[in-house]
Design a protein around this ligand. Structure first.
Ligand code: CUA
Length: 294
């Protein structure tokens, strides 16, 4: 080390102007690589087939949620999944913290999947596939995809959206045409769907909060021992269900979107139970109450 480079001695006069040849070469190489990379990131908009064609539209949140519910009711099979016939657009809703409904698509068939958010910004991503969409509230994003291989694909959220962000997963299933056709027949034969149709006979009727707050319209319920049924209407834009737990009981109704009805039944002995919404985060957010059985 020469004296002029000592950390305690002052540097030689003119040190700041030193700009040796290799350093110049380095700067030139950096500039060239930046230029090439920039050209590629623009060029990739046009080259290759890695960009999933997407469309975006402004949507009314509540109307969209109702549309998802209608769509799900129409094509829901006995397995609870929604089997999308070829030629039909699919609709999904992202919410804290989940995706609804769970879709089944047919292999080698072009689909447009519309997704919107019921609350905050989420990220739609299929693990292992090159598909990442930002899902914002009040906007519907349509991705046109052609699944080429049967299988079960995991959907995750890749945008931090709250404390249970990492629990925000679901699945997308792709099946051969024969399986899709067979299931469509059973769905058609099943006639009008049983779920989300309205309150069950003799049920205690409650409702989720209309203004999307995480609460029911009641916090206290009472019933006589025996079979207790609670039907919850969901007028909000968020997906909810009604569930009962306590004293060894753990029963959950179906998660329904806007306009749907979730029903849960349980054989209850006298005691104190909790009724709540089992969508992650909703019970903690206040969607809970006490059910007293006498
Ligand atoms: Cu939704 Cu993270």
């Amino acid at each position: 080390m020469s004296a002029s480079e000592s950390p305690i001695a002052s540097p030689a006069p003119g040190w700041a102007k030193r700009f040796p040849r290799d350093e110049k070469l380095f700067v030139v190489l950096v500039l060239v690589s930046v230029a090439v990379m920039t050209a590629f990131s623009v060029g990739w908009l046009f080259w290759g087939s890695q960009n999933v064609p997407t469309r975006a539209e402004i949507v009314d949140q509540k109307a969209y949620a109702a549309q998802v519910n209608e769509f799900a009711k129409r094509y829901r099979a006995d397995d609870g999944k929604v089997w999308v016939p070829p030629g039909t657009d699919a609709y999904m809703l992202a919410f804290r913290f989940g995706w609804t409904p769970e879709l089944v698509l047919q292999e080698d068939t072009k689909y447009t999947i519309w997704i919107s958010s019921a609350d905050v910004l989420h990220g739609f991503s299929i693990v292992g596939q090159n598909l990442n969409l930002q899902i914002a509230p009040k906007h519907g994003f349509g991705a046109t995809i052609t699944p080429t291989e049967s299988g079960r694909y995991r959907i995750i959220c890749n945008e931090y959206c709250g404390l249970d962000h990492q629990k925000m997963t679901s699945f997308l299933t792709v099946v051969p045409a024969s399986e899709m056709a067979a299931t469509q027949e059973t769905i058609a034969a099943g006639g009008s769907d049983t779920s989300g149709g309205g309150a069950a006979a003799g049920a205690i009727e409650i409702s989720a909060d209309e203004s999307n707050a995480l609460r029911f319209n009641v916090t206290e319920l009472s019933a006589e021992a025996g079979t207790v049924t609670i039907s919850m209407a969901n007028p909000s834009a968020l997906p909810h269900n009604v569930a009962i737990k306590g004293n060894g009981v753990d029963e959950k109704g179906e998660i329904v979107g806007s306009g749907g009805t979730s029903t849960v039944s349980a054989d209850l002995a006298a005691g104190t139970y909790t009724f709540y919404c089992s969508v992650p985060g909703h019970e903690q957010g206040g969607m809970t109450g006490t059910l007293t059985v006498t």
